[in-house]
Design a protein around this ligand. Structure first.
Ligand SMILES: [Mn+2]
Length: 329
């Protein structure tokens, strides 16, 4: 663990044009933390603080100021990379997580990595990692406080988004007292807490309701009811047009009584399965994801597998059962 906030501050002070990049299938942490950095840099008078994601951006983050300025995959399809003094990579433990944005390395003089994953291998001229923080937003909050940078309402909105989404609105086992204290300070900056939490945790796009109904109706249980499974086959995803909305389904598999690990498998392309795992308490699903070449956190992780569904499911259940046995011993 290294948290060289002084060096990071000096680096940020010395540059003028910055590109900020988060991971594919962007979540509230990578979007919120990238935008918080953007707001802070522009507030300090930097001439560019461009935020990139090689993906679409979920619409529920519309309330973030400059939301429409985020450069998504459609922008990347059409435009050439420009040069920057600094590339900042947030919330991405491996290089493949940033998709085509890896190309920005060839257009930046220096690279700063800010991450909170347990096994970060992504490289940079400066790597600031602290797995004790619930979210990049919590790390940045500490950075702002330590360096006495002003936390504006916009920055507070972005940092709160980041922490709330990486803790399931301060519900999951990773939630810390530090995150609660930081959230309290951010709320006092006048952020619109209802808009943030309603859009991230309560609101469903009406078009996803049939998909949700399918997911719940077809939910399955294994290992004496300790493992919950939601599977969305390719034909259902296509028929119900669910691709952009799958993030919202992630928690349901782990929210039935008795379930300690929830699995959601979505077949985004025929024969390619995106797997998300959610666990309660001490069950470590990061280890399961790592076994399959993915990553994440103790209670929330993900990976991708190719093959026949039956075999894929069997392999996943095997590893998940191992993680449950490991927790007991
Ligand atoms: Mn995160």
């Amino acid at each position: 663990m290294r948290t060289d906030f002084k060096d990071m501050y000096a680096l940020l002070k010395a540059v003028d044009t910055v590109a900020i990049v988060g991971h594919i299938r962007p979540d509230g942490d990578s979007i919120g933390s990238a935008m918080a950095i953007r707001y802070a840099l522009l507030q300090k008078g930097k001439s560019a603080a461009d935020v990139f994601f090689d993906d679409s951006i979920p619409e529920n983050f519309f309330y973030l100021p400059d939301f429409e300025q985020i450069k998504n995959k459609h922008y990347i399809d059409k435009n050439k990379w420009r040069d920057y003094d600094l590339l900042i990579i947030v919330d991405s433990s491996t290089e493949d997580r940033i998709g085509r944005c890896t190309e920005l390395r060839n257009h930046a003089k220096k690279v700063l990595v800010i991450d909170h994953h347990q096994n970060t291998t992504i490289e940079g001229d400066m790597v600031v990692v602290n797995p004790n923080h619930v979210a990049i937003g919590a790390m940045l909050y500490e950075f702002f406080i330590e360096t006495t940078l002003e936390i504006t309402k916009d920055i507070a909105t972005a940092l709160y988004t980041s922490m709330a989404t990486d803790t399931g609105c301060f519900v999951q086992a990773n939630t810390t007292s530090y995150a609660h204290r930081a959230a309290a300070v951010l709320i006092d900056k006048g952020i619109d807490i209802e808009t943030i939490n309603y859009n991230n945790f309560r609101l469903y796009d009406r078009n996803t309701i049939p998909g949700l109904a399918y997911a719940l109706r077809n939910m399955k249980f294994f290992s004496n009811g300790t493992v919950g499974l939601i599977s969305l086959p390719y034909k259902i995803i296509k028929k119900l047009n669910l691709l952009g909305e799958l993030n919202q389904f992630k928690t349901f598999a782990s929210e039935a009584s008795g379930v300690r690990v929830g699995i959601i498998i979505s077949e985004r392309k025929k024969g390619t399965f995106t797997v998300s795992l959610r666990s309660h308490g001490n069950v470590n699903v990061a280890k399961v994801a790592e076994h399959f070449g993915g990553g994440g956190h103790k209670n929330a992780s993900g990976f991708t597998l190719k093959g026949k569904y039956k075999k894929v499911l069997k392999d996943i259940l095997n590893q998940v059962e191992k993680s449950l046995i490991m927790t007991e011993s």
